[in-house]
Design a protein around this ligand. Structure first.
Ligand SMILES: Nc1ncnc2c1ncn2[C@@H]1O[C@H](COP(=O)(O)OP(=O)(O)O)[C@@H](O)[C@H]1O
Ligand SMILES: [Mg+2]
Length: 253
């Protein structure tokens, strides 16, 4: 097994047939089992990069390997199946409004674990909800009847339903108040530890959190990797843009 679970080789992406490249040749290796944070100014291609890791976008050139498989070799059906290996949490928890907390978490199991009995699915959903710290008295409620923090927990439990090998977070704390932000950041670390070796990749605007919780940090700038390394590498960096970004980001916390 490779020491990396996600590898990108010279990935370029343009949406307009080749004039403007959003990703301008990304080379990146994400260590298996690590928690990696992707940082950078807004509009530099972080979300587009995540979508390549998920196989939601195909590169214009270059390739993306995940868990040893070349995503470019898969057709759309195979990619859809392959995505069972991922748990994804975006900025909005994107819960189904008309389903209860429990039904939301059971949804991926209903889709992808059809062979399981209803009891088994309920049991798994309970376990995941328990893992993210949601009490049983809330399981029958609709998303609108629970707090924002509980909605995040539910979204995370749903992301964990299929025991993903890769967890992807895109700005999970953007727009949250500081207390909720800390709770979600801690939850991501806890989840990472409890996941039993999953690889977590998180885009974050919250630098303090990224430096506190991530094993590795990748800074993108204008569609290129500006620096990739540990928090220490970032604090020691002589790259002007890195220094500016780190100082500015840390001061705001
Ligand atoms: N589907 C798309 N079609 C065209 N342009 C896109 C698309 N998705 C993203 N972009 C452009 O790519 C650039 C990077 O976007 P994004 O990855 O969302 O930035 P961020 O680093 O803030 O997450 C932006 O200029 C955005 O407008
Ligand atoms: Mg984004």
């Amino acid at each position: 097994m490779s020491e990396y679970s996600i590898e990108l080789h010279d990935v370029k992406k343009s949406f307009d047939g080749g004039k403007d490249f959003v990703l301008k040749g990304i080379d990146l290796k994400i260590h298996r089992g690590s928690l990696t944070a992707i940082i950078g100014f807004s509009g530099t291609g972080k979300s587009v990069l995540l979508k390549h890791m998920l196989g939601l976008y195909r590169p214009t050139s270059g390739d993306v390997h995940v868990l040893g498989s070349d995503l470019s070799q898969m057709d759309d059906n195979e990619l859809t199946q392959f995505r069972c290996k991922y748990g994804v949490l975006f900025q909005s928890a994107a819960l189904f409004d008309d389903m209860t907390v429990l039904e939301n978490v059971m949804f991926p199991l209903d889709e992808h674990r059809r062979q399981l009995s209803l009891e088994a699915k309920i049991q798994i959903a309970h376990k995941k909800l328990n893992m993210v710290g949601l009490e049983e008295k809330h399981y029958g409620k609709l998303p609108s009847q629970i707090s924002g923090g509980m909605q995040k927990r539910t979204g995370l439990a749903r992301a964990l339903a299929l025991d993903p090998e890769i967890l992807i977070y895109d700005e999970p704390t953007t727009g949250l108040d500081p207390i909720l932000t800390e709770m979600v950041d801690n939850l991501i670390v806890e989840t990472h530890k409890l996941s039993g070796g999953a690889t977590s990749v998180m885009v974050s605007h919250d630098l303090a959190a990224a430096f506190r919780i991530a094993d590795f940090i990748v800074m993108l700038d204008a569609g290129k990797v500006l620096l990739s390394g540990t928090a220490d590498d970032f604090f020691k960096s002589e790259i002007e843009l890195v220094k500016r970004f780190v100082n500015k980001g840390m001061k705001h916390q």
